[in-house]
Design a protein around this ligand. Sequence first.
Ligand code: GLC
Length: 528
Amino acid sequence: MAKLFISDVVKDFITPISTPRRPLKILMVGTEITPYAQVGGIGRVLYFLPQALNRLGHDVRIIIPKYGKIDENKYPLEMVAEGIQVPTDAEDGKEKYLICNVKTHKLPDGPRVYFLENMEYYEKRANEYGYADDPVRFALFCRGTLEFIRKYEQWKPNIIHCNDWQTALIPQYIKTTYKNDPTLQSCHTVYTIHNLYYQGTFDHRFISELDYDDGRSEIPSFFSDRIHKINSMRRGILYADIVNTVSETYAREILTSNYGEGMDGLLREVRTKLFGIINGIDYEEFNPATDKILYKNYSASSLETRDENKAELQREFNLPINVKVPVFGISSRLDEQKGIDLVMETVDYFLNEFDAQLIINGGGDGRYLSYFQDLEKKHPKKVATNLNYNYTIPRHIFSGADIFLMPSKFEPCGIAQMEAMRYGSVPLVRATGGLADSVIDFDPETNNGTGFVFQKYEGMAFFAALVRAMETYRYKKIWQGIVRRCMKQDFSWGESAKRYSDLYYRVVELKRQRRSGRTHPNLSEETL
Ligand code: GLC
């Protein structure tokens, strides 16, 4: 039933609404943006989505903390707000304010980026995440962003668009601490869940009853112990005007206990304000016909040239060069979410039975890294690894591997499968989240489909899909048909940006209706 309900909501909000549409000013609040600071897919989303929205006429800007790694020589930043006093809500004896500056930069093709600067919490730390005081660092980021908006006269957003738990205190601050502030009361909040698994720095699956955070209490002082235990994700879901996640299927899945990470009850309660919008990829940046990172450029009508990239990939990884042997590729964070356990359960049997090669790229969990190192030793002519994050290798894999593996346990959206398709690497995925929404299972009867999809999170189900891919690969014409269909899919940001735009207008409209005493049937008063 949940399934039907959410898709009904999604269908409803894309129908045009009556308010005349003026361009909006939107401030995206995030923790990463390529190329300044990027760890995962979210950094790409926060770079490309604002640009697609700007093309629709909006004025979208983004704010992130100014981490130590952001190179001011490479990106000359301009100071726009100095000496902002950010209240810490500290009890006696502690600092009452932390001081932040805001600097800005814009790349010719990128969105305008603001950087919140603080020596102690960002400048002295090279990286985005992974510090014991991350809850304080990101609470400061939320409140510092709001103080910046209040202070900065040149530009005031209509919408504040938060992303993941690190930015999720903003809606609560606005609705409580700043409830009498006219600037912030005129802002609407959208909260995007990129990954429900991460709710704070603690492991939410093993929290004692004493430490349970129902999300409604006051946001603690930055210097109290409690700030480390609050569930920011829950607070974002509770207080944001609208919540969305990065695919329709994931939006439905998280209403169930299997995927809800303990949040499914709350999400079911607020589901009238929950939406799903799939991410896109940038079709200019990811274009096999022009991409400089590739060995040779090609398109759907010159697949022979793609074979040259395949041979080059085999050479790069010291595997026997033979374009007839199917090459399977993995390029991702190596962690449980990505379904690496299924690979470990099955791949040895597979390599013993079939003439295939497997290339693995990505960093992550030590137990996976050592497994793949051992596998490489065991099958030196079939397996090759590069177990570090790398900028160019993923694209060499997309342009050279025949089959791209993403057997994820859960996947809010997943971007690599779309990038792989763009380069003609056929995805083999589990039907979950954005993978289910972007890959069509190949049907030999109708000769239709763009990949190989399996349902259950089980080794045998994955193994069956591997065998299906292997068998289909033997029929060159059929295979090339799948490759061409993959390359012709359209996952560009344009459509997703239109849907975000609708979402922003919807929240503006709903708040207007609320103020004038009318509410929309799909978004009741108590969810706003
Ligand atoms: C997270 C999710 C991934 C999604 C990305 C961008 O990294 O795990 O599925 O594609 O965020 O939204």
